[in-house]
Structures are given as structure tokens and as C-alpha cells.
Ligand binder design. Structure first.
Ligand code: GDP
Length: 199
């Protein structure tokens, strides 16, 4: 898929205020600092469509972007940021949960995980929850450039093995690096395939 246009539409903290259009949408979510903003900018080839976070945990909003005038890319807040209060975490959880449970336009969520780290409980639990709710998702491994090829391969294998403890098959997954523009075509083509299947 070529990106011909990418426009910011709206930010909000309430799913009922999200765009009313029926366009298919793809949500990007992951732990703070996982490289989500960099990935969104890499995918859309825009330098600062999504704001890279100097201060993790600050972008606590649902951000809609209109891509090629025919689908929405949704930038969701990073989760698992230790420095927000318990109350803030709860509120946050609720509005993200509301988004996932009340957004029929959502066709696929991409859960971002840092390719360098071992499977993290918070990510695995989140994927489990998506599965229980019947929400399709894919996994995007980020920052692949930070690892030697062998180590990267090994990490992905270990991650897959961990997932197979609870899942019958490994969900669709993509290895990316925003600095090296790795995985761009794979992610965009996957989105395009789904869009085409919906037409
Ligand atoms: P976010 O908080 O998930 O939106 O993460 P950011 O996109 O702001 O990235 C967090 C940090 O990781 C920044 O310092 C980025 O420069 C760095 N980063 C993000 N993606 C990559 C990548 O693919 N490769 C490398 N080497 N660094 C990255």
C-alpha cells in the first residue's frame, strides 16, 4: 500500500466522541516508550504525525488519523507507565476498555512489543483480554535494529513459544524498525489485505 495522504482528525478521551464514519480502523497500542509514535511516523512517512514522547504517559488520548481517505489509524495511549497514580491507571483502563468494546469500526489492533525484551506480563495479559473479547490483533515487534540478527531471531522464537502456551497459533506478527524502515511494507500490506476483504 502506498500512503498518499495522512491527516490528523481528532483526539479525545471518550469513545462516544470518536469519528462517526464507518471507515475500518486499526489501533496501535503498547507500553510507553515501545516506539509507537516512531512506528506511526515511519508507516505514514510523516516526520511528526504522531508525537514521539519526550514524556511517556503524557499522551493519554485516543488519536484518529485518516489515511488515504479510506481508513483510520488510531494511536492509543501507552500503557503500563509506572509513574501515573493508581487512580489515573484505573481511569485510563476504563477508557481504553470502552474504546475496544464499543468501537465496531475497529478491525484489528496492533500490540507493539519491544523486540529486545522478554514477554512482559502486561502485554500477554492484554493480548489474552483481546482474545477473550474476540478482538483480532497482530503483534508488531519494534526496534529490531537494536539487535543482532541471531539474537532477534531467538527472541522472536522465544516470544512465539510463550504465546503458544496459551494460544493455538501465533497471531500475525511483524518485525519492524522505525529507524531502518523495516517491516513497513509488511504491516501496510496486511492492512490493505484486510481493507480489500471488507469491500
Ligand atoms: P512511544 O512512547 O511508544 O511513542 O515511543 P517513541 O516512538 O517516542 O520512541 C521511544 C524511544 O525509542 C525514542 O527515543 C525513539 O527514538 C526510540 N525508538 C523508537 N523506535 C525505534 C527504532 O525502531 N529503532 C531505534 N533504534 N530506536 C527507536
Amino acid at each position: 500500500m502506498q500512503i498518499n495522504s495522512a491527516e490528523f482528525v481528532v483526539s479525545n478521551s471518550d469513545v462516544s466522541k470518536c469519528p462517526k464514519s464507518k471507515l475500518p480502523e486499526y489501533a496501535f497500542i503498547g507500553r510507553s516508550n515501545v516506539g509507537k509514535s516512531s512506528l506511526i511516523n515511519m508507516l505514514t512517512k510523516r516526520k511528526s504525525l504522531a508525537k514521539t514522547s519526550g514524556r511517556p504517559g503524557k499522551t493519554q488520548l485516543i488519536n484518529h488519523f485518516l489515511i488515504n481517505k479510506n481508513w483510520h489509524l488510531v494511536d492509543l495511549p501507552g500503557y503500563g507507565y509506572a509513574r501515573v497514580s493508581k487512580k489515573a491507571k484505573k481511569t485510563f483502563q476504563k477508557f481504553i476498555t470502552d474504546y475496544f468494546l464499543n468501537r465496531p469500526q475497529l478491525v484489528c489492533a496492533f500490540v507493539l512489543v519491544d523486540a529486545r525484551h522478554e514477554p512482559q506480563k502486561i502485554d500477554l495479559e492484554f493480548m489474552q483480554w483481546l482474545g477473550e473479547k474476540g478482538l483480532p490483533f497482530g503483534i508488531i515487534f519494534t526496534k529490531a535494529d537494536k539487535l543482532k540478527p541471531k539474537v532477534l531471531e531467538n527472541n522472536i522464537e522465544q516470544y512465539a513459544a510463550k504465546l503458544l502456551e496459551t494460544w493455538e497459533e501465533v497471531p500475525p506478527h511483524f518485525i519492524t524498525s522505525s529507524s531502518k524502515e523495516l517491516g513497513r511494507d509488511e504491516v501496510l500490506n496486511y492492512i490493505e489485505e484486510i481493507n480489500t476483504s471488507l469491500e
